[in-house]
Ligand binder design. Structure first.
Ligand code: HEC
Ligand code: HEC
Length: 183
């Protein structure tokens, strides 16, 4: 087996990459995903999964009983502690309209494909594209990137993509037909 590719091949590959990069995004992506657009769309969704499954999102999109105060997850009881902004002194996190996601939007334990289909299922989440895009820009979702510190003063972790990157990947996923990974 040869350890290294022939230099001429490397140069050709670079030229080819340059050529592809000079075309509009759609074409570059088509080449990336072996020409299959649904596969590309599903791959975009996979990029979003580590954010959606991050504790900062999952703690509200959970099946757990804590801190739920009843099946409808009342809002009013939360306001006793949770304000519209983080409280550094007590470590109580906060954002405008702080409340848990409804149970049908619980994501805990779902595979990438299941999570994707749950988002598209009108009986579960099913936010239409324009609503979902806007939702990602709400103060509630943005809070995950400025989650403050806990009662011990330690900073809470933030999701693995920047907020801007998540919004951009979500936009591309929606624009490419919101296809789901198979598993
Ligand atoms: C008695 C005060 C109190 C009440 C009432 C309360 N919480 Fe909390 N909540 C806290 C504190 C304190 C923390 C931070 C715990 C920590 O950092 O370890 C917290 C953390 C959370 C978190 C985790 C945030 C994260 O990602 O780390 C969520 C979600 C949450 N609360 C939702 C709610 C909801 C929804 C309600 C109303 C049903 C509610 N809480 C009612 C005090 C309260
Ligand atoms: C403080 C609680 C809270 C946190 C934290 C939170 N969400 Fe949510 N999320 C909600 C609520 C409440 C809804 C339902 C909103 C509605 O129906 O208008 C929701 C709905 C959603 C939906 C629509 C789901 C569907 O099936 O249509 C998406 C997508 C979403 N959130 C993404 C996120 C992401 C990404 C994060 C983390 C970066 C996050 N959320 C963190 C409370 C939260």
């Amino acid at each position: 087996m040869r350890a290294r590719a022939h230099p001429a091949f490397a140069i050709l590959a670079c030229l080819f990459a340059l050529l592809l990069a000079s075309f509009p995004g759609e074409r570059v992506f088509a080449a990336d995903a072996g020409g299959s657009s649904p596969a590309r769309s599903a791959a975009l969704f996979e990029k979003m999964v580590p954010v959606l499954m991050h504790p900062r999102c999952l703690n509200c999109h959970s099946r757990a009983d804590f801190p739920r105060q009843g099946d409808d997850r009342h809002r009013h009881t939360c306001k006793t502690c949770h304000q519209t902004a983080n409280q550094p002194a007590s470590g109580v996190p906060g954002a405008p309209d702080w409340h848990l996601a409804p149970l049908r939007m619980a994501w805990e334990g779902l595979s990438a494909g299941e999570l994707c289909r749950a988002l598209r299922d009108p009986h579960r989440g099913g936010m239409p594209p324009e609503k979902l895009g806007a939702h990602l820009n709400t103060a509630l979702v943005r809070w995950a990137w400025a989650p403050g510190t806990n009662a011990q003063g330690a900073p809470r972790s933030t999701p693995p993509l920047s907020h801007e990157a998540l919004v951009e990947v979500a936009r591309q996923w929606l624009a490419s037909g919101s296809e789901c990974p198979g598993t």
